[in-house]
Design a protein around this ligand. Structure first.
Ligand code: NDP
Length: 480
């Protein structure tokens, strides 16, 4: 009965979205009117101002410390504090923007735009189980269902085939090209990040794709950082969130690592097992993203976050520069792991990946089949829940309490964190720089977990409380 009502209400919602009519704006949605100033509390504002001011400096500091101080995070500070160096000394030694880097970066982004907009997906036609081509996203708070061309896997494959063809056959450019231009490319990435975020803000005010899905808090910094438009687009298909979320940042991730491996080969005549591990483990993670790109349309980044500096600049600069620190570190410190350590790290990375993937898969299967599936060989347990939209329509849903979802409320994050730790461990214990990733991911995912639960509580109310009573831990059973 509940399932029938759920289906009916979903059908109704979907239908109105397709017709372009207004579906009810849900209470849990982030869209609100120009007059709504409530959301920006002092803590959010302070965090935003801190990040706007310091995030670009943090990225610069990490990359500069590798370039000038062999990846020591403390030496530059000690030098400055002891008066051995001045800020101007460090700055003057920093490579500036070059025409070469600008050319490489422009060609790179243009190539990814062409692959995204002009090459419809063909992978789904011959790869069994792969979901690509035109797919629908979730219903937005204004009741719109966007269509997306899912062709990220294809873009990744084409880009990497060309990369290897060049490295082994054409030799148009050196595979170390990314490493060799790393700091000049940082300036280009920053320029794009700021241009895109600023454009998105102006667009949100003057020509939004969907005015009903815009959110203005009245606070300039908050709006700039967290975004105004929910799904800014140019034309029918160029979706800012999907493009910048996945490409150029995530396609570049594996290329950047390959460039680091090539640099090790050039400098030391061999590639270390730690570098191979980083390439393999992060490669699996990146491929997983593209294999499941259609599924990512239903994750928090796409379903709930608006597009501002946080996503625009973050995808252009933060992601490619800080998610790849292990490979960069290994160019300066070519760690060769003993076999036992290499196997242990590989096992940790693979188990983490398995948990991450299986947890996400269990929820996806459960939701897709409306609970008519098997989790670990049994019919799943769940909690029936309901939520209300502003027009008073009641909707029904279910919260899974079997499988990994019975162990903790976000065991997918736990698996992700295990994988992240494995990347860092490849670098040994000489410096803290490569461990930035696990610290950052722990903060990101814990904050995300709390943010998501807050949203779920406001959506499901007492049903969410029943769920948290049934599954009391967030990330680690028995601990947190
Ligand atoms: P989830 O995939 O965990 O989705 C959370 C949503 O799932 C909730 O809002 C709720 O939505 C629904 N939900 C919660 N509990 C249940 C349950 N028991 N049964 C059924 N549905 C439930 O979160 P994310 O979108 O944040 O993450 C997706 C993946 O991406 C994760 O594996 C994460 O590790 C990874 N990730 C990686 C990042 C990186 O930088 N490397 C950054 C962010 C994420 P509803 O309203 O539908 O009920």
């Amino acid at each position: 009965m509940a399932a029938h009502r759920e289906k009916k209400s979903e059908e109704r919602n979907h239908k109105s979205a397709q017709n372009g009519a207004q579906a009810p704006q849900a209470q849990w949605g982030r869209a609100c009117s120009v007059l709504d100033y409530r959301e920006v509390d002092w803590f959010s504002l302070a965090s935003i101002l801190f990040l706007l001011a310091f995030a670009p400096l943090i990225v610069y500091y990490f990359i500069m410390s590798c370039d000038q101080y062999q990846c020591s995070l403390t030496d530059p500070l000690i030098n400055l504090l002891m008066g051995n160096k001045h800020l101007s000394d460090i700055w003057n030694k920093t490579p500036s923007l070059t025409y070469t880097a600008a050319g490489i970066y422009a060609a790179w982004v243009a190539f990814q735009v062409i692959l995204y907009v002009f090459v419809p997906d063909f992978c789904h036609k011959f790869l069994p189980g792969y979901v690509g081509g035109v797919q629908e996203g979730a219903v937005t708070p204004a009741g719109v269902v966007n269509k997306y061309e899912i062709n990220g896997l294809q873009a990744w494959i084409i880009t990497h085939v060309l990369w290897f063809a060049n490295a082994y056959y054409f030799h148009y450019f050196s595979p170390t090209i990314i490493f060799d231009n790393w700091i000049p490319l940082l300036w280009c990435a920053n320029i794009l990040g700021y241009v895109v975020s600023t454009f998105a803000m102006i667009k949100g005010y003057f020509f939004p794709t969907n005015a009903k899905d815009c959110k203005f808090t009245g606070n300039f910094f908050y709006d700039y950082m967290m975004g105004i438009e929910f799904n800014p687009r140019i034309g029918k298909w160029f979706d800012f969130k999907l493009f910048f979320n996945g490409r150029p940042g995530i396609v570049a991730w594996t290329l950047i690592n390959l460039s680091y491996a090539a640099k090790q080969q050039e400098l030391y005549g061999h590639v270390t097992n730690s570098m191979i591990l980083v390439n393999v483990l992060q490669g699996i993670y990146v491929l997983d993203y593209f294999w499941n790109e259609a599924w990512y349309l239903k994750t928090i980044d796409i379903c709930h976050d608006h597009f501002g500096w946080y996503l625009g600049w973050g995808d252009c600069v933060w992601l490619p520069y800080l998610y790849t620190l292990q490979g960069l570190y290994l160019v300066y410190h070519p760690v060769q792991l003993c076999t036992a350590n290499a196997i242990g790290i590989l096992a940790l990375g693979l188990v983490g990946y398995y948990i991450f993937r299986m947890t996400n898969h269990q929820k996806d299967l459960f939701r897709r089949t409306n609970g008519n599936c098997k989790i670990w060989g049994k019919k799943p347990d769940y909690i029936e829940c309901s939520y209300m939209s502003v027009d008073g329509t009641k909707y029904y849903s279910k919260l899974l309490t079997s499988g990994f979802w019975g162990w903790a409320r976000h065991f997918n994050y736990t698996g992700d964190l295990m994988g992240s730790l494995a990347y860092c461990l490849t670098c040994g214990f000489e410096h803290i720089l490569p461990y930035f990733y696990i610290v950052y991911m722990t903060i990101l995912l814990t904050h995300r977990c709390i943010r998501d639960e807050h949203r779920c509580y406001s959506k499901y109310g007492k049903d969410w409380k029943r769920y948290t009573a049934a599954v009391p831990y967030r990330l680690i059973p028995g601990l947190f």
